[in-house]
Write a protein that binds this ligand. Structure first.
Ligand SMILES: NC(=O)c1ccc[n+]([C@@H]2O[C@H](COP(=O)([O-])OP(=O)(O)OC[C@H]3O[C@@H](n4cnc5c(N)ncnc54)[C@H](OP(=O)(O)O)[C@@H]3O)[C@@H](O)[C@H]2O)c1
Length: 250
């Protein structure tokens, strides 16, 4: 990793230059980053574009590629000693392999199925709703998600994470999950509770990809100089604790 002074922009490498990669490239200069490299599939088949030489001076990499590219990209970044943020979804069956690579190389990695801060709050709200509805078995829980037709994985990583978060509160209850892929929808997730009389819905609707890019860049700044495997929830939790400690001191 490169030496970085407080005032100079962080040097960023983008892995994947599709819809998300482009939004991040557009936002990065306003958030104190300089995009030094943007590797799309042509320059990075099987992680081949990530070399120690090209990554010299890079402070952090951000991966928005496709599920089967993630492990190789992480291995290559680890070999180059570069910390990274992984926004790509659909690879979590390989999480243990990635954990070993991160620990072995002593790099830092933040991953999340959803880098929107609103979604992190939506998870917490959904968990609270599940705890309330758990006492009323006449309401059947369900999850529904919708995304643009180009999205490869279904159900979305966010829907899988949402289910994981609410399941413990709804012990033994079936939680069916449905997915729609159509048009240009940036991402909608809902947790519903349906009874004979009515439906209650907790919903998050992304308006654009900007929220994901903001969160990914926030995590990228946070992970510089750290070691270990973190989720975006860890990043936000630590930032919230730091703000709280500061307000106690003031
Ligand atoms: N965590 C979050 O908050 C969040 C938010 C939005 C999206 N996502 C996820 O992020 C991923 C990317 O989304 P997107 O909408 O940006 O998709 P996209 O528009 O398809 O962009 C992905 C780009 O990565 C390229 N690519 C594939 N393998 C690569 C490799 N080994 N090295 C470099 N580039 C490679 C693709 O090239 P080709 O198309 O030519 O193969 C494509 O240009 C998806 O998994 C999506 O579900 C996560």
């Amino acid at each position: 990793m490169g030496q970085h002074s407080q005032d100079s922009p962080l040097r960023l490498a983008l892995l994947g230059y599709g819809k998300m990669g482009r939004v991040i490239a557009g936002l990065a200069p306003q958030r104190g980053f300089e995009v030094k490299l943007a590797l799309d599939i042509d320059e990075n088949r099987s992680g081949g574009g990530i070399t120690a030489e090209r990554f010299r001076g890079i402070d952090v990499a951000v991966d928005f590629t496709q599920p089967d590219a993630v492990v190789e990209n992480v291995e290559r970044c680890a070999a180059a000693g570069c910390n990274l943020v992984v926004g790509t979804t659909g690879w979590y069956d390989r999480l243990e392999a990635v954990r070993k690579v991160v620990a072995g190389a002593g790099i830092g990695l933040v991953y999340a199925a959803n880098f929107s801060i609103g979604v992190q709050l939506f998870y917490r709200l959904s968990r609270a709703a599940a705890e309330i509805f758990a006492h009323f078995p006449m309401y059947q829980p369900y999850i529904h998600e919708a995304h643009h037709r180009m999205k490869m994985d279904a159900p979305s990583g966010t829907a899988i994470e949402l289910k994981r978060r609410v399941e413990p509160a709804l012990k033994g209850r079936e939680i069916p999950v449905s997915s729609v892929r159509a048009g240009y929808i940036p991402g909608t997730h809902e947790l519903g509770f349906d009874s004979e009389a009515d439906t209650v819905i907790v919903r998050h609707t992304a308006r654009s990809r900007q929220g994901f890019a903001e969160g990914a860049l926030y995590a990228a700044r946070w992970v510089v100089g750290r070691k270990g495997l973190f989720t975006f929830a860890d990043v936000l939790q630590e930032s919230a604790s730091a703000t709280e400690a500061q307000s106690h001191r003031a």
